[in-house]
Design a protein around this ligand. Structure first.
Ligand SMILES: NC(=O)c1ccc[n+]([C@@H]2O[C@H](COP(=O)([O-])OP(=O)(O)OC[C@H]3O[C@@H](n4cnc5c(N)ncnc54)[C@H](O)[C@@H]3O)[C@@H](O)[C@H]2O)c1
Length: 383
């Protein structure tokens, strides 16, 4: 087959820069898409580090300023892997230069920025994706397939957690490299935009739109030294957030996220309860989907645990043999695969979140933060 190269310029060589580079390097070995990603240019501010990264991950060239990257004729798509406060500027400049965009989540600092990004990219008609990657784990994709078949019956409940414990020390500074997530100016919000945004994306994908929310947030440690200024500064992010939600389909939800749940590293879960069946999943056992079927005779009825690794399970048949596990990194390979498939056939239904879908998630985050501030239920804007 004559492959069509998609030359990608990645901005940022941190955590996500690595997961995406890995995805681009694996895709063509395991999946047969007509379009294939090419690791064209990696961009980062430190010349030494960006050159090291390029050598390690097989990029053809480097840049130290994303403003130059977006203008390059040898780049077709910009992949934004930088902290949240830079997504808007990089995306608008990339759109102006006619580049496709793959953007890390959350789309922007808030819905107002996100809406302008959606308007600009849709007006330009450029393909776009936001990396809500958990959808692409085989067990989560299987849950979507089961839910879409209607076999759960009427859905009553949805619940989701994302629990961590890494910011509990008062000595931890905020801001700068590695700790930008604790600085609201760089992150936009705390666990709401960082962790709950993932849960909200999955929830909206699996169970439809969220129409209203009632939330509480807390900042447990009120001041931290800022890494860049050396000064003790107020902490403006939400360390924890819990909210209730109503879905358009009439079901009710409860979401919780915190970085203060001692003992939890990255405990991300969802459960959905329908009239006939329930499903539940957690990231610590990511190859398994728990499944309860009320139609089974009561003597043998119970939760079963599906090991989502068979040849006919989503994505699994492209990898090894039945029973062998996939990991976190594969979700990014699968996200890139869906984007390439979309380029192969732009008229087929998209199997990934685009800017507009991510704006819907951003609006839920905005409503959650507003509700926590005003102590009122808040209706969610439609994207
Ligand atoms: N999809 C996911 O599961 C997931 C997981 C982690 C992070 N993220 C998102 O990915 C983005 C990046 O997070 P991360 O964990 O990779 O952060 P990180 O701190 O590990 O990496 C960020 C990188 O961006 C670089 N950078 C910052 N400003 C830059 C600029 N102006 N020009 C060029 N490079 C710049 C930094 O030097 C660093 O290499 C964030 O938006 C975050 O929310 C998504």
């Amino acid at each position: 087959m004559n492959k069509k190269p998609v030359r990608i310029g990645v901005v940022g060589y941190g955590f996500m820069g690595r997961t995406h580079s890995n995805a681009y390097s694996q895709l063509d070995h395991f999946f047969d898409t007509q379009h294939i990603p090419v690791r064209q240019v990696i961009c980062g501010r430190s010349e030494d580090k960006v050159k090291d990264f390029a050598q390690k991950w097989g990029y053809h060239d480097t840049e130290t300023d994303w403003r130059e990257l977006v203008k390059r004729d040898d780049v077709d798509a910009i992949d934004i892997c930088t902290p949240n406060d830079s997504h808007y500027d990089i995306a608008l400049a990339a759109i102006e230069n006619g580049k496709m965009i793959l953007c890390e989540k959350p789309l922007a600092l808030d819905g107002a920025q996100g809406r302008k990004m959606v308007e600009a990219i849709e007006a330009a008609g450029l393909p776009n994706l936001v990396w809500y990657n958990y959808r692409f784990l085989p067990a989560v994709t299987l849950a979507k397939k089961i839910i879409d078949s209607g076999e759960l019956g009427r859905v009553f409940h949805y619940r989701a957690n994302f629990l961590q414990d890494w910011t509990m020390s008062e000595e931890l500074p905020q801001g700068g490299a590695a700790l930008w997530r604790l600085d609201a100016a760089a992150a936009g919000s705390g666990v709401t935009g960082d962790l709950l945004a993932h849960n909200i994306d999955c929830a909206r994908w699996l169970n439809g739109d969220i129409v209203s929310v009632s939330a509480m947030t807390e900042t447990f440690i009120k001041e931290r030294v800022h890494q860049e200024t050396g000064e003790v500064q107020p902490v403006n992010i939400d360390d924890a957030c819990a909210f209730l939600a109503r879905f358009e389909n009439g079901s009710l939800a409860i979401f919780e996220s915190t970085r203060y749940a001692r003992g939890h590293k990255s405990y991300k879960t969802f459960e959905i309860n329908g009239q006939n069946k329930s499903l539940s999943w957690d990231l610590h056992d990511l190859n398994r989907l728990s499944y309860f079927d009320h139609s089974v005779p009561s003597e043998t009825r119970g939760w079963s645990s599906i090991h989502v690794s068979d040849g006919d399970h989503p994505y699994a048949g492209n990898w090894w043999v039945p029973g062998l596990c996939l990991g976190y990194e594969h979700s990014f390979v699968h996200g890139a695969v869906e984007f390439m498939k979309h380029l192969d056939n732009p008229n087929a239904e998209k199997a990934f979140p685009d800017f507009r879908h991510a704006l819907g998630t951003q609006y839920v985050c905005d409503a959650v933060l507003e509700s926590a501030r005003t102590k009122q239920w808040v209706d969610v804007k439609k994207a």
